[in-house]
Design a protein around this ligand. Structure first.
Ligand SMILES: Nc1ncnc2c1ncn2[C@@H]1O[C@H](COP(=O)(O)OP(=O)(O)OP(=O)(O)O)[C@@H](O)[C@H]1O
Ligand SMILES: [Mg+2]
Length: 368
């Protein structure tokens, strides 16, 4: 596949140790990772797009990103406005829906992947589709069949595993899935097709609940699928990679809320002593929550990683103020937003943050 990448100045030269790490990890084969949290608005899409861009533009990785969220936020972010307007004017755009549609028509898996490119982000893309939501029922129904050993159900459940298999044949270094915020049937199929998952978290109590939900729910799904495969008429029809896949946890990234970081005082909150006391209590509460993350992760995700081998904390994303919306309106990654003044400083921070997360991601994937 031809790659036309915009030449960029990353601002931070790649250390030779980072380059070696990258070479070592990619030599181990293609990795499929999803970025998942059933809580909405925790920064999943922003992280997928910007981490994939960091790997593609600065490490020269070949990355395929799949927009598995019917909201299509990622697609809207990484394609130029004119481009996606043109695509979605068509009532039947070629998208992630095209991957799953043949199955619902009883035709098996599609023959090829509908791949486009995001030039500004440097990666390839399977665009999202609001019609993906219509397939939630099919996947839910076929899941019941899969658990009872039905081949049709198992095949449908592995629809995204087939996407990953095809992507691996195309020699990508990484395949990333962005997902909507739910523990529904689409996300089950995605999670069951992955080698790895990353959990983006907001610093709030609901993110702790999300960690608990993910650990227990994914564990149950894996056991149910295993039972289904063992009950199936002919397990040899199921690819051995699908039978032996082991989903592993790479780590979590925390996303800071502007008003809760305690870095910049809120002028309204410090107007009175009472306001100041309230602000301090809130900041303290959030610090307590984030201090609790490592133990929660260790307890609830212990089956998915080796706590002696890896530190699952991949990094903290501070609130980058207006850099985030500007990156959306320019349809470029945060590391390449154009602008002077305060943008110079914010862009520099973004470059440090995403380089740091990319390196930690590579370290943990390499050690798993
Ligand atoms: N580092 C950041 N600094 C400032 N704003 C950010 C940052 N990261 C994300 N945001 C903003 O937070 C909002 C939510 O982010 P995002 O869409 O990535 O979350 P999400 O978890 O994918 O949401 P959903 O659950 O709806 O898919 C967006 O408006 C985004 O611009
Ligand atoms: Mg999202």
């Amino acid at each position: 596949m031809a790659h036309t990448r915009r030449r960029i100045k990353s601002g931070i030269p790649l250390e030779s140790t980072d380059r070696e790490l990258f070479e070592r990890v990619t030599a181990q084969g293609v990795k499929a990772s999803c970025f998942f949290n059933n809580k909405g608005g925790v920064g999943k899409t922003t992280l997928v797009a910007n981490l994939a861009a960091e790997l593609a533009l600065n490490f020269n990785a070949r990355v395929l990103v799949v927009d598995g969220d019917p909201q299509c936020n990622l697609t809207q972010y990484v394609l130029e406005e004119e481009e996606w307007l043109e695509i979605y004017k068509n009532t039947n755009p070629v998208s992630v829906f095209s991957v799953i549609r043949p199955l619902s028509l009883g035709k098996g898996y599609g023959s090829s992947l509908p791949i486009r490119q995001s030039k500004a982000f440097g990666f390839d893309l399977i665009i999202g589709d609001p019609r993906l939501a219509l397939q939630e029922d099919l996947l839910a129904q076929d899941w019941r069949d899969a658990k009872a050993g039905g081949m049709r159900g198992i095949r449908t459940t592995f629809v995204f595993a087939d996407v990953v298999k095809k992507a691996k044949e195309l020699n990508y270094d990484f395949v990333f899935f962005d997902m909507g915020p739910s523990l529904g049937a689409i996300n089950r199929s995605i999670l069951l097709a992955m080698d790895f998952f990353v959990v983006p978290m907001a610093i709030d109590i609901f993110s702790i609940w999300a960690i608990r939900n993910i650990g227990s729910t994914v564990g149950v799904w894996q056991r149910e699928l295993k039972t289904g495969i063992s009950l199936s008429e002919d397990p040899s029809e199921i690819a051995s990679s699908d039978q032996s896949r082991k989903l592993r946890f790479v780590g979590y990234v925390t996303q800071q809320h502007k008003e809760r970081g305690g870095v910049e005082p809120d002028p309204d909150a410090v107007a009175s002593e009472e306001g100041e006391a309230t602000r301090k209590r809130i900041v303290q509460a959030y610090q307590d929550i984030s201090r609790g993350f490592p133990d929660e992760v260790k307890q609830y995700l212990k089956d998915f990683y080796d706590a002696d081998q890896i530190d699952p904390h991949l990094g903290d994303i501070r609130h980058l103020g207006s850099l985030a919306p500007r990156s959306q309106s320019q349809h470029v990654p945060m590391i390449n937003v154009s602008g002077t003044g305060s943008y110079t400083q914010l862009r520099k921070q973004a470059r440090e943050i995403y380089r740091g997360i990319a390196v930690r991601y590579l370290e943990n994937v390499g050690a798993s």
